[in-house]
Design a binder for this molecule. Sequence first.
Ligand SMILES: [Zn+2]
Ligand SMILES: [Zn+2]
Length: 234
Amino acid sequence: MNTGTLGEINKTKIILFWGAIFMKWQEYQNAVGELYNQMDQIGEIKKNITIPDKITGQPRQVDVYWEINGKNHRIGILIDAKLRKSKLDVKDVEEVFALADSVKANKAIIVTNTGLTEPARKKAEFIGMDIKIFSIEEALETIVEDYWQLCPSCENDCIIMDSGSSFMIDGLIFWSIGGRCRTCKTAISWCQECGHYETIEINKHIECTCGHKWGNDENGLWLIFNGADKGFYL
Ligand SMILES: [Zn+2]
Ligand SMILES: [Zn+2]
């Protein structure tokens, strides 16, 4: 393949690790809900719901609500997802605690990718709030279907859908996901623009609905944008 430098093809290569920016809080919130859904547990998980405020009656938005019905008791656990760039502080802990109180939850859990400052951790511990660290990578694994899968070609190893790129093209973000089998080098390409998902054997290439060419050679999975004369390795 004729490879150009990334700079020649697209001015802005935003990130190499696709999850870092592209996971929006809504997706993180969804992943947190899934995490609790997938746990072996009792009760019912509700995602992104509103519960009336105990005083004002106004609807309060709750990321994840875990309800357990026991004998004559109903236990509500409020789970708040916080996707952040820096550690949570005392104010965050207090806000979640206040929200839990407003919706009459019996317990609150904060799920975050970053962790807490020391004072915030002390505060959470004091008020009996649980903290769970859930990284962006873990969140992605939870919501990206088939993140790990058996290689359809050799059936001997896994393909991990971990190579992705995102680019800004004419103001639009293009996002691709792919992976290769560590044993036989068969690749899977997944165009996030058109949804085309295909297995590509080594030294073969395919075209997605958008007209982008996706190929697989000794050096890796490559992509040539529709209309571009040069491509790049994902
Ligand atoms: Zn394989
Ligand atoms: Zn496409």
